[in-house]
Design a protein around this ligand. Structure first.
Ligand code: KIV
Length: 351
């Protein structure tokens, strides 16, 4: 009688190994451009893959030149709105790059919309570095900005510079963003003096929500608007090459924008800014129904509904055994299957 061990020994010969060839269902994983050529910055990680984890490839196709600080200055000079979107990981950065965003921001909104934290004060520099790196891998041509998390820059300009260097060196992004106005001028000066571009963030600064009394519109009163203008001029003077204006009445943001030499990027600040930014998860509708959305968010897609619909169908098909149908399986040569079955049938039943 054939024992399982004897059968295995007899069959595990070079003949059996050599008889196996990659099947037609093998997956080709190569970063191929729409134009047909392969991206040079990121080599193909592997040619054929049989495992369950499918890499997205190197980076999305792009025929566009790298976006730099100078590109953004030129857009501003021409009066062409600058497009900025957040991304928090490789796939979301891949999508932003593929859709032609000029600036990809690894915002610390990551804490709340992707990591489930209560507010942005919880996220650490280490967390930000990990996410900046994953975004940077997909951002082939977009200009990338990493947010400085709370606690990584407020203590002193030296502390801020050390953190900014880590965000650029380890996070692999091209610029940093930090919250605060006039009081942050020495910090911005210190970081920019080391050759790191800074995006300032004034108006509603979510890291300071406890001091601001929550997420409130800023610059509504004349005094508030004058304070905003003072902040904007101070961060510009300190060397910020661009600034985010968050939750500011449209007319106030527009007047401030006209008084500045550097571009403003609005979020909840109307159409008179030099560009716009939104949080990708918000604008893509990647959240369950009923979630609170700020007034300024326009939902451009319904990623949540599409995802849930797909997962529900998958569940149904697994339960009914409709999935995986034959097209999703690996074939083996008929004679090997038959031989294997014969051997298995000869193995005595366990008592
Ligand atoms: O953290 C973030 O995503 C931001 C944007 C809202 C500007 O700072």
């Amino acid at each position: 009688m054939t024992t399982l061990r004897a059968a295995s020994r007899r069959l595990l010969t070079p003949r059996l190994f050599l008889s196996w060839k990659p099947q037609a269902s093998s997956i080709q994983v190569r970063p191929v451009l729409a134009s047909g050529h392969i991206t040079s910055r990121f080599p193909a990680p592997c040619a054929i893959r049989h495992s369950s984890h499918s890499p997205l490839g190197g980076a999305p196709a792009s025929s566009r030149k790298m976006i730099t600080v100078q590109t953004l200055r030129n857009l501003h000079k021409k009066g062409e709105p600058i497009t900025m979107l957040t991304a928090h990981d490789f796939p979301s950065a891949y999508a932003a790059e593929a859709a032609g965003m000029e600036v990809i921001l690894v915002g610390d909104s990551l804490a709340m919309v992707a990591l489930g934290m209560h507010d942005t004060s919880e996220i650490t520099l280490e967390d930000m570095l990990l996410h900046c790196r994953s975004v940077a891998r997909a951002a082939q041509t977009a200009f990338t900005v990493g947010d400085m998390p709370m606690g990584s820059y407020e203590v002193s300009p030296e502390q801020a510079l050390q953190s900014a260097i880590r965000i650029v060196k380890e996070g692999r992004v091209q610029a940093v963003k930090l919250e605060g106005g006039e009081e942050m001028a020495p910090t911005i000066k210190r970081i920019t003096s080391a050759g790191i571009p800074v995006v300032a963030h004034i108006g509603l600064t979510p890291q300071r929500q406890n001091a601001l009394g929550g997420f409130r519109v800023q610059g509504k009163s004349t005094a508030g608007a004058l304070k905003l203008l003072t902040d904007a001029l101070a961060v510009q003077e300190a060397g910020a090459f661009m600034m985010v204006l968050e939750a500011v009445p449209a007319e106030i943001a527009s007047i401030i924008t006209q008084k500045l030499k550097v571009p403003t990027i609005g979020i909840g600040a109307g159409n008179g800014c030099s560009g716009q930014v939104l949080v990708q998860i918000d604008m893509a509708g990647n959240f369950p129904p009923g979630r609170f959305l700020p007034k300024f968010v326009k939902k451009y897609a319904d990623v949540w509904a599409e995802t849930v619909k797909g997962i529900e169908q998958y569940r149904t098909e697994v339960k009914s055994r409709a999935y995986p149908s034959e097209q999703y399986t690996y074939p083996a040569p008929e004679e090997d299957v038959a031989e294997f079955r014969r051997i298995v049938d000869e193995i005595p039943e366990k008592k």
